[in-house]
Design a protein around this ligand. Structure first.
Ligand SMILES: [Fe+2]
Length: 454
């Protein structure tokens, strides 16, 4: 019981649903926070007593969030549900107690579970939809037992990875390095003319600091450390395919789930799934850009606790921007999507006159259907917001994305605290006051800096 509670720590949302089998059918569970004060718990319990409600289980512990508070976890019989609304109202409104109701079944207005701390991303490691070692019959490595065994090694490594550990370094084989070399060499010839400004800006830095060379496959650990110094983004190895909900949740913490294996050597210019070439050449350069990192994180933040249909929309937005996005630079169109920047064929195709190019319009883009195993028939181009290359033209994405994200129905607001690496649900006066103080301090810094520039 306690273990489950620990993983649900600080569930500040009013109603959450959690996985089956966690709670007994006939129980309702509540978590509430109380200030450390003599008689405080007795006062709360009296409210239940007045309604003749019997608590079947109670646990307490010091709050991890607020030092002067205690967290209480209680169970009560489901038959008491009709009285509960009044009790919660009394606790919240008259006594100022923070209460979280954990219901067992998914309800219409319930919020899906989401990670609240960066450590909780560890939960996804054993929630993968398909294990990396399982290949489809049409995969180039399907009939190669050596490749399959190698894929299992990578999958096991990622499966056992936990937040905070260094990402295991890999000794890549000569054949693997040869595959990387072919991809690296060919793509590099296209970047100056086809890749966006940000990609071309960061690429030489990756060559200088992270071992991006034709004869060397960079180590995820080195790249992750580099990204952390640029934007706070970090990589985390992943053993297989994650659900969209889990994958997007990682972005909320500026964590990118990355593969570490490489495609099969028989077809260096083709891979049916993301591999280390796709991650390192396609995704990594853009994650080093401040505005792009912000945009990616905001997609992740918008996904936390969002209803299923909005997860699908967000995954589609991600697809047409982070994976297959085009942008305007002056009068020309360039690629910033990782799926394009890591594919020699599609990078040329997307800027030819063959595909259909449309302006990015998130409401429309979010419901666009797309194929996953062939070149995209439609690409969306982000218009230049400021007609200058160096001012991140994809800021356009940010402004319109925020408008789009605000349409997602969610009964609470959240923010990411980079100091504690936690998601804060802003649902009480104290948190709002803390936030106001922090913004006020930042405003002071901004005003003072502005005055000095004048
Ligand atoms: Fe990708």
């Amino acid at each position: 019981f306690l273990c489950e509670w620990l993983s649900l720590v600080c569930c500040h949302t009013e109603t959450m649903y959690i996985e089956e089998n966690t709670y007994k059918n006939d129980m309702i569970s509540l978590i509430f926070l109380l200030k450390e004060k003599v008689g405080a718990l007795a006062k709360v319990l009296r409210i239940f007593e007045e309604k003749s409600i019997n608590l079947t289980h109670i646990e307490s512990r010091p709050s991890r969030v607020n030092k002067d508070e205690y967290e209480f976890f209680i169970n009560l019989d489901r038959r008491n549900t009709p009285l509960l609304t009044d009790i919660i109202k009394t606790l919240r409104n008259e006594m100022g107690v923070t209460v979280h109701e954990l219901s067992r079944k998914k309800k219409k207005d319930a919020v899906p579970w989401f990670p609240r701390t960066i450590q909780e991303l560890d939960r996804f490691a054993n929630q993968i939809l398909s294990y990396g070692a399982e290949l489809d019959a049409d995969h180039p490595g399907f009939k190669d037992p050596v490749y399959r065994a190698r894929r299992k090694e990578f999958a096991d490594m990622a499966y056992n990875y936990r937040h905070g550990q260094p990402i295991p370094k890999v000794t890549y084989t000569e054949e693997e390095k040869k595959t990387w070399g072919t991809v690296f060499r060919e793509l590099k010839t296209l970047y100056p003319t086809h890749a966006c400004y940000e990609h071309n800006h960061v690429f030489p830095l990756l060559e200088k600091y992270c071992g991006y060379q034709e004869d060397n496959i960079p180590q995820l650990e080195d790249v992750s450390k580099f990204l952390q110094t640029c934007t706070g983004f970090r990589l985390r190895p992943v053993a297989g395919l994650l659900s969209s909900r889990d994958f997007l949740a990682g972005l909320a913490f500026r964590v990118f789930h990355s593969t570490q294996y490489i495609r099969h050597g028989s077809k260096p210019m083709y891979t049916p799934e993301p591999d280390v070439c796709h991650e390192l050449l396609g995704h990594v350069p853009l994650f080093a850009d401040i505005s792009f990192a912000q945009f990616s994180q905001e997609i992740g933040l918008a996904s936390l606790g969002a209803p299923d249909e909005y997860i699908e929309k967000l995954a589609t937005v991600y697809w047409f921007t982070v994976e297959f996005g085009l942008c305007k630079e002056g009068d020309t169109i360039k690629a910033y999507g990782a799926g394009l920047l890591s594919s020699f064929g599609e990078l040329q195709y997307c800027l030819s006159d063959k595909p259909e190019i449309q302006s990015l319009n998130l409401e429309k883009t979010a419901v666009q259907k797309y194929p996953v195993t062939e070149f995209q028939p439609v690409y969306y181009v982000a218009e230049s917001y400021l007609k200058r290359n160096s001012c991140f033209h994809k800021s356009f994405c940010l402004f319109s994305f925020r408008r789009f994200a605000s349409s997602i129905p969610r009964p609470f607001s959240i923010r990411y605290d980079p100091y504690t690496q936690r998601i804060e649900v802003l649902d009480n006066a104290k948190q709002l006051k803390n936030l106001a103080e922090s913004i006020s301090s930042e405003m002071g810094t901004l005003c003072s800096a502005l005055k000095k520039i004048e």
